[in-house]
Design a protein. Sequence first.
Length: 235
Amino acid sequence: MGKGKSFPEHVAIIMDGNGRWAQRRGLPRSAGHLAGAKNIPRVVKAAMEAGIKTLTVYAFSTENWKRPVDEVGFLMKLIPRFCANQLKAMLKNNIRLRTIGRTDDLPEFAKTALLDAIEKTKNNTAFTLNIALSYGGRAEITDAVNKILNDPNRPQGPLTEQDVAKYLYAPDLPDPDLMIRTSGEMRLSNFMLWELSYSEFFVTPTHWPDFNKDTLQEALDSYAGRNRRFGDVKA
Ligand code: FPP
């Protein structure tokens, strides 16, 4: 549903605050991650109903590998669980699943589940859920540079920004119009450094497991009032 320039086509979310959400309830961090994973389909539904076409969610960063082994293991196990629980709903609702990141670094069981869901949903067109896994913005740009160096068919002569962008993880997706960060921190945490250059930011104190259609609407209302100038002087 095209809603004009005051409506974002692609929204990116830094899903922060699972740990704090759990801590507040006297629960282990893993309970926060489980609640966070369960919240993704709810937010996808709200995003689809609102008219958003693509949602990118930051689920695991290149830096998150430094977390305690149990926590990393728990997050990895959530991946096949998410795929198994959501495949039917994604097929029914015409949702395409994709990933960005150094997904080769994920454990085999997670890769297998992802590849299966990606393949089975690849022709779906109503909505794209793009999950950033083992993702880093600097890693993405570094990987793009290495792909360029290794590509015998690379453009000759000085590269343009458009040339470089073609080697990013998802060159066919438009840049996010709006980036939402939950849990209040005012930082980018190595998320989509290239793609977020001209995106509008919305930070909410709400922890990710509590983020819902009302918080999404707040972000959309805020976005509708922005004057995107892309470095120019007028709207
Ligand atoms: C940040 O909260 C959240 C993460 C590092 C992981 C996000 C993961 C999910 C929402 C679930 C993953 C789902 C799939 C399908 C892979 P935090 O742990 O940094 O919270 P804190 O800052 O309050 O400690």
